[in-house]
Design a protein around this ligand. Structure first.
Ligand SMILES: *Cc1c(COP(=O)(O)O)cnc(C)c1O
Length: 389
């Protein structure tokens, strides 16, 4: 390396950890001539079902978590205009999927320490039109599912879990996505298991999962594999007006091997989390709360809080300094209510959910990909120190 290019490369936030087995599987898939929904998707669904400890009839692959949430809510058959209570501390897709299902999003504020939806705020948001709760296991930390399920039972509400951060998450021995009527997973490039774009529906009632699966492919009674495979052509019927949300074998080819390493990668992210906890302990920053007893945190995001009064700088200045130091960061998230579309459509003001607003103004996500080396980690920690100096 010449002195001119001795500057270390930019450390990309949430770089996917892609390895040789998925590269070989993608090649094999391409050579097989079958790229669309077929045998590799079926295998990936079976592997996810096994990982969650449920039957394969309770799992359906789709092309995103957004699609998974959308068709789950359509399959649930809630009357248009029904209210769905969710968190303001989430990605816009959570709220958009509610809107696309002809339902009305209602926000309930988060707990300031866990950043997860606060069960008391859920109870306060219930109206005669409430039909569902859509909790997000933020950063991979499980929501208080005991209280959320008790509220759901008491008010006869459906529960759809947004598990985009939470494939490995468990709460008191139960796996995320298996509490409610539906659990929706994301395999987007930044998530813990990657297929590029991709998602998975996990359900409780095989009939509802089958309906969600049909809705995800035009409302057709048979997918292409079952029409064109070597078993001979089969006619299909359109039984509903569905969507184009199916997962491809090309995507599943990546997911099969990503899922095979899910636990190994989780262990590495736990190591990184613990290393950050130690390295950043004496800095003027808020660090994530420790995982709760009898839960399993997925360690998807490591979020620090930059409080200008304590840190001496604004959060956005911190982001700029990290960038200048060659470290990619993220913001998860500005409160959903900050976005103009929702403010205009629903008359929301972010001050209605003060905990989410405050977190959204201070939070910074540091890189926690399993791809990070120990020297990357040391670089990030040193950069945080100099950005605050
Ligand atoms: C990434 C994400 C989604 C959307 O997932 P896609 O697979 O990209 O549709 C939804 N909710 C949360 C909390 C996310 O982080």
């Amino acid at each position: 390396m010449s002195p001119i290019d001795s500057k270390p490369p930019f450390l990309v936030f949430a770089a996917p950890d892609i390895q040789e087995p998925e590269i070989a599987e993608v090649e094999a898939c391409l050579r097989s001539g079958w790229l669309g929904t077929g045998p590799r998707v079926a295998r990936f669904e079976a592997d996810v079902a096994a990982y969650k400890g449920i039957g394969p009839e309770l799992v359906a692959g789709v092309n995103s978590c957004t699609a998974a949430m959308h068709v789950s809510m359509v399959a649930a058959g809630m009357e248009p205009g029904s209210e769905v209570i969710t968190t303001p501390m989430t990605f816009c897709a959570t709220v958009n999927s509610i809107v696309h299902a002809d339902l009305v999003p209602v926000l309930a504020d988060v707990d300031p320490a866990t950043q997860n939806i606060d069960p008391d705020a859920i109870e306060a948001a219930i109206t005669p039109r409430t039909r569902a709760i859509l909790p997000v296991h933020f950063a991979g930390r499980p929501c208080d599912m005991e209280r959320i399920m008790a509220i759901a039972r008491k008010h006869d509400l459906m529960v759809i879990e947004d598990c985009a951060h939470a494939i490995e998450t468990e709460y008191r021995g139960t796996k995320a996505g298996t509490f409610g009527d539906f659990g929706c997973f994301s395999f987007y490039v930044t998530k813990n298991v990657v297929t590029g774009e991709g998602g998975m529906i996990v359900g409780r009632d095989p009939k509802l999962v089958a309906r969600a699966r049909t809705l995800a492919l035009h409302g057709m009674s048979k997918d292409a594999w079952h029409r064109f495979s070597d078993k001979g052509y089969k006619h299909y019927q359109v039984v509903e007006c569905g969507f184009k949300y199916n997962m491809m074998d090309l995507q599943a080819a990546i997911g099969l091997h990503q899922l095979a390493r899910v636990e190994q990668n989780w262990l590495r992210r736990r190591e990184i989390w613990q290393a950050y906890d130690e390295a950043l302990a004496d800095l003027p920053l808020g660090l994530p709360a420790a995982p709760e007893a009898d839960t399993r945190h997925a360690f998807h995001l490591y979020t620090v809080m930059v409080d200008p009064e304590r840190a001496g700088i604004e959060r956005d200045v911190f982001l700029d300094r990290m960038n200048a130091l060659g470290i990619g960061t993220g913001v998860h998230y500005q409160s959903v209510a900050e976005h103009p579309y929702y403010r205009e459509r629903f008359g929301w003001h972010p001050d209605q959910w003060p905990n989410a607003r405050k977190i959204g103004q201070r939070t910074v996500s540091l890189p926690i990909s399993s791809k990070l080396s120990d020297s990357d980690l040391a670089r990030v920690a040193a950069a945080v120190g100099s950005a605050l100096a």
